[in-house]
Design a protein around this ligand. Sequence first.
Ligand code: SF4
Ligand code: SF4
Length: 132
Amino acid sequence: MAVIINDTCITCDACLQQCPVNAIVDDFANPIGKKQYYVQPEKCVECVGIYDDPQCAAICPSIGCITWDMPFIASFDEHFRNETIYKLGVSKEGTLKSPIYKEKSYREDIALCDRGVGKLVQEEPDALQEVG
Ligand code: SF4
Ligand code: SF4
């Protein structure tokens, strides 16, 4: 990963078809049981090499719903093993698909300090910013 969808998701379905690597599942398939869409961090590549920006966030109508998470790399293995936030897939051999199993591409231009809870992928539209 990664980007993460939070509880402001309105289950509109817009992001699902937009993901080039089929990393997103709907609220019925959410592996942690929440009624919101879910990004599988072991599949998300932050749209690197495919689009200029994460396409899920570009199309999401709920501003603030999709935020940056940490890169899906070995140094964040423990982070992605947090079962209250994620439920990672398991390989045919029974190995948890955590970053140590396989790292994913991520946007190196997004600093670690700009990732985490509340760090929006989308920009606030100008129209919503306070003026005067
Ligand atoms: S950032 Fe790109 S690859 Fe990751 S879930 Fe969103 S659309 Fe899919
Ligand atoms: S586009 Fe946004 S609000 Fe719609 S399902 Fe995806 S994450 Fe939820």
